[in-house]
Design a protein around this ligand. Structure first.
Ligand code: NAP
Length: 251
């Protein structure tokens, strides 16, 4: 059996310069998709992801866009369609944290997290959905978080943005199902990337005690779940949130 399960597919991964997004882009490319690598500030890292995909015989291109901005997200989706002729798979992965107890949280911390994590999901999906519906094919995969299911103290903004993505996933799944476009979310638990650098060591150690599998996940484990949902054969799965969290939240 061929491993090129995404051959002739075109994917766009937001925030693919580092961390989980980078692993997703590499995995989708390994399975045969041409991939647009979106980044905001890490141009060098994005260029390295493109180079790695090309070195392995795949197709990729990088595009700078702040996906929290409606217009920039629209230009990003247009770039994907213009570059590779279509867009089959959209992975809304870009995300940030600005943690703090609500007493200390500034309005800007709330706005930045909601705009980057949730509004970006609306921005990119809105730009992509008409094209996908016309083509009668699409896979939209939103990278949410276990924080959106369970809530985390110090993360009212982040947990709200991730719960918002899950609600958005269900509503959009119902809107576009008749056109063979599926919309799903993945809720990672703690995954070893730079986003966790902001967490105090003790908080992370305490959190890991809540993980039945007793360890952090890897970006590659999230990427594998994305590739599964992006597969043509996952056609009967929509509106779901797949936990990839070591068993932390058994919904
Ligand atoms: P990360 O290592 O900090 O990487 C974040 C990525 O998002 C970077 O590529 C960054 O690009 C991009 N990004 C940030 N703001 C952006 C914007 N406005 N426009 C475009 N790109 C932007 O984080 P990660 O751990 O890989 O997280 C990826 C996703 O998984 C996030 O949605 C996060 O909430 C979710 N998640 C992570 C964990 C975890 O434990 N790591 C757990 C659950 C969910 P630049 O560097 O170019 O700015």
């Amino acid at each position: 059996m061929s491993f090129l399960t995404l051959e002739n597919r075109v994917a766009l991964v937001t925030g693919a310069s580092r961390g989980i997004g980078r692993a997703i882009a590499l995995e989708l490319a390994k399975r045969g998709a041409a991939v647009i690598i979106n980044y905001n500030s890490s141009a060098q890292s994005a260029a390295e992801v493109v180079a790695q995909i090309e070195a392995e015989g795949g197709k990729a291109a990088a595009f700078q866009a702040d996906v929290s901005d409606f217009e920039q997200a629209g230009k990003l989706v247009k770039f994907a369609i213009d570059t590779f002729g279509k867009l089959d798979i959209l992975v809304n992965n870009a995300g940030i944290t600005r943690d703090g107890l609500i007493m200390m949280m500034k309005e800007d911390d709330w706005d930045a997290v909601l705009n980057t994590n949730l509004k970006s999901t609306f921005n990119c999906a809105k730009a992509a959905v008409r094209h996908m519906m016309r083509k009668r094919y699409g896979r939209i995969i939103n990278i949410a978080s276990v924080a959106g299911q369970m809530g985390n103290p110090g993360q009212t903004n982040y947990s709200a943005s991730k719960a918002g993505q899950i609600g958005f996933t269900k509503a959009l799944a119902r809107e576009v199902a008749s056109r063979n476009v599926t919309v799903n979310a993945i809720a990672p638990g703690f995954v070893d990337t730079e986003i966790l650098d902001a967490l105090p060591k003790e908080t992370l150690e305490a959190a890991l005690k809540l993980v039945p599998l007793g360890r952090m996940g890897t970006p590659e484990e999230i990427a594998h779940a994305v590739a599964f949902l992006a597969d043509e054969r996952s056609a009967y799965i929509t509106g779901q949130t797949l936990g990839v969290d070591g068993g932390m939240a058994m919904m």
